[in-house]
Write a protein that binds this ligand. Sequence first.
Ligand SMILES: NC(=O)C1=CN([C@@H]2O[C@H](COP(=O)(O)OP(=O)(O)OC[C@H]3O[C@@H](n4cnc5c(N)ncnc54)[C@H](OP(=O)(O)O)[C@@H]3O)[C@@H](O)[C@H]2O)[C@@H](O)CC1
Ligand SMILES: Nc1ncnc2c1ncn2[C@@H]1O[C@H](COP(=O)(O)OP(=O)(O)O)[C@@H](O)[C@H]1O
Ligand SMILES: [K+]
Length: 495
Amino acid sequence: MKTPIYFSHEIRQLEQLARESGISDLMERAGMAAAELARELLAGKTSVLVIAGPGNNGGDALVAARHLKAWWFKVNIVFIGETAKLPPDAANALQAWLAIGGELLDAIPADGKWDMVIDGLFGIGLARELSGRYLELVREINRMNLPVLALDIPSGLDADAGQTFRAAIHASHTLSFIALKPGLLTAYGPDYCGQIHVDTLELDAPALLKPNGWLLEKTEVAAALKPRPRNSHKGMLGSVGILGGASAMCGAALLAGRAALKLGAGRVYAALLADAAPAVDIGQPELMLCAPEKLFQLDHLNCLAVGPGLGQSPQAVQLLRQALETELPLVLDADALNLLAIHDDMQELTKSRKGSTILTPHSAEAARLLSSTTHDIQQERVHSATLIAQRLNCLVVLKGAGSICATPKGEWFVNPTGNPGMSSAGMGDVLSGMIAALIAQRLTPQSALLLAVYLHGAAADDWVEQGVGPIGLTATEVADAARMLLNRWIYSPVA
Ligand SMILES: NC(=O)C1=CN([C@@H]2O[C@H](COP(=O)(O)OP(=O)(O)OC[C@H]3O[C@@H](n4cnc5c(N)ncnc54)[C@H](OP(=O)(O)O)[C@@H]3O)[C@@H](O)[C@H]2O)[C@@H](O)CC1
Ligand SMILES: Nc1ncnc2c1ncn2[C@@H]1O[C@H](COP(=O)(O)OP(=O)(O)O)[C@@H](O)[C@H]1O
Ligand SMILES: [K+]
């Protein structure tokens, strides 16, 4: 089963479609799911502080509170809204709470003690900066340092962008209703959501509304995990070329080349631009180092990664253009992207290439490609990734926490693997080499991209689980762990 992701306007469409099909109790379903999860998380503890806001998110909280009270939990509700302005479902939930003798507080009592907070202040309806008492309330809840179960989304987080509206509640658990939203998974989302749970409210969302977004999961890449035939030879496993490594940046190209070897490419050539480029990679002599012009004379390359340490010299421009003119699958990273951003003719070449092109920008590179700012890219990560993919007719991974992979057809995937240990130089070079190696081994470019992105993050996560990282994790270690995991996934899939 694939896991769909919807923007908040699509979630509203789904709610409308459900209503039209005769379903009118979504808030009751959401409140019950929240109460059940709260009961499980409380694990025998009894006291809950519920924060109910001015909209339907508050309504969900009121329903959850009603069930918890009926199950003999000690429940206090702080209601921050105007009764007369509540939307109808939330108004009904409030009446039902009052009807069972529930009370409403208008502020958090200073002397109260609770085992958990349920955050029903704002959900997907939050659309502007928090201020005044709302902002103060969010800060007050965060200062309480209690486990928080956020309903639908931590209050203050933008459900679509993963940015905060000045502040957001730090949840330990988030129960997302109907389906995931991208803001839970990208940018600051993972910092605020804690463990994410989804309750579909018994809706079959993909049957009601075709999703464009998907969670990148192991099942998504499983079909690409195939053992090698016993009778394999290096020709079958493909040849990768890496083009980069200008003066003082040879390491980037070597990292990409080494990563390509470790992910199983049959042969890897690294063409370095630096005048004083080494003749051999002493740490990895299996890599074949050559001059850039030699790379284009090889007739057996299956994929070319251009960019790691490429620089922006006239030679770099000429080599990138030459690469774009080939029909080889291309992975473009780093300065290849920066050059593409400032050369319109190369953008035209990219659009009309016969071979596929994969771009791997981080947010600053994406900003250059879209003549935008890093800030604006981060505000709209999914949109930015899909826009680049569509404009340049290529596959894209917009890197960073919650990487977004996008296709020219408008389909997108959010990667949940990876951690802050990857915020160190060289990680992107390794990713480029990994993608190129998988393409060379005949995966489709899209499968290669998705598997490499997922595996790259999972490899870093593996190290962190072992206590190596996040502090000080190196790109070389990530490539090593990616090799180990890939072998494990293919050859010992239950482990
Ligand atoms: N969709 C579904 O299928 C289902 C949805 N469900 C639930 O409904 C939630 C969405 O509910 P919602 O649309 O009522 O919005 P919600 O998040 O409660 O907030 C809106 C309120 O906040 C206010 N407000 C906004 N910004 C503000 C600010 N900065 N500062 C102060 N106030 C601000 C805004 O006021 P206004 O902008 O109108 O002035 C309005 O009063 C969703 O997340 C889920 O939990 C479930 O019941 C099951 C099915
Ligand atoms: N906080 C993070 N969480 C998850 N992945 C991250 C995080 N920081 C960086 N990464 C990943 O690490 C890689 C960094 O790439 P990049 O910024 O190009 O590094 P470099 O250019 O130094 O090699 C990307 O794949 C990115 O998604
Ligand atoms: K909330």
